[in-house]
Design a protein around this ligand. Structure first.
Ligand code: ATP
Length: 223
């Protein structure tokens, strides 16, 4: 198993965000779906070490990464593209991408990551010297995904990649996500846009109030 979450629980004050939540990820695209406040973002943030879990276990290739330092988790091969994107607006596109490669030391690997990212997002190559703050919403989302890819991750966590974007742009981004999967990267997509996500996903988990409501093959869930 590539990534395994077992009985994960998290409270913010008295509010239960996750209640003994379990799920597993191998190769492919996974949709982590559910309404507002279901606990989707909390799941991603506990996996990437940005929020500590109260109980439960997260394993990456059999290594226990529960509550490990976020930088160490990134270096092991899990990258997150956060909701709201958090791009540095006063840096250029290329400089933002460089930030994403912070876990890598080998110049050759870094260059390969630039090539891979520019192959998937040619528009970012055209705009590599442009200040990121001047990009459109869709371009910013592409940059956020591209920046996460710059650490050459085995698992890519995407929080609401379709948020606030026009349908055609969402289609384009989802097509690129499918191509990224074909290169052997496991992709976990947190989305409220369930239908669109299930169209490209292999498997779906539907969360409600911090617990699994339904799960199954994407093709079955879509019906
Ligand atoms: P959304 O799509 O709205 O982001 P979500 O499924 O990602 O929803 P979470 O953001 O994980 O859900 O939130 C789960 C619950 O925990 C919600 O009730 C939310 O209000 C609460 N919560 C999340 N973060 C915090 C926080 N930092 N402090 C207090 N409560 C929080």
């Amino acid at each position: 198993m590539i990534l395994e979450i077992n009985n994960l629980s998290k409270k913010y004050g008295d509010k239960k965000a996750l209640n003994k939540f379990s799920c597993k990820f191998t190769e492919g695209i996974y949709g982590l779906l559910g309404p507002n406040g279901a606990g989707k973002t909390t799941t991603l943030q506990t996996v990437s070490g940005l929020v500590p879990a109260d109980a439960g276990k997260i394993k990456f290739y059999d290594q226990d990464i529960t509550n490990m330092d976020a930088e160490k988790i990134a270096a092991l091969g899990i990258a997150q593209s956060p909701e709201g994107r958090q791009i540095f607006g006063d840096l250029t596109v290329a400089e933002n991408l460089k930030v994403g490669a912070f876990t890598l030391k080998d110049r050759k690997v870094i260059n390969e990551c630039y090539e891979r990212v520019y192959h998937h997002f040619p528009l970012l190559k055209e705009r590599s010297k442009q200040q990121a703050g001047t990009l459109s919403g869709g371009e910013l989302q592409m940059l956020a995904i591209a920046r996460a890819l710059m650490s050459n991750p085995k698992v890519l966590l995407l929080d609401e990649p379709s948020l606030g974007l026009a349908p055609l742009i969402v289609q384009n981004i989802f097509k690129i996500i499918s191509e990224i999967k074909k290169e052997g990267t496991t992709v976990v997509i947190v989305e409220q846009n369930a239908l669109q996500t299930l169209k490209i996903a292999d498997y779906g988990y539907v969360l409600e109030l911090g617990e699994i409501n339904i799960s199954g093959d994407a093709g079955v869930l879509i019906k």
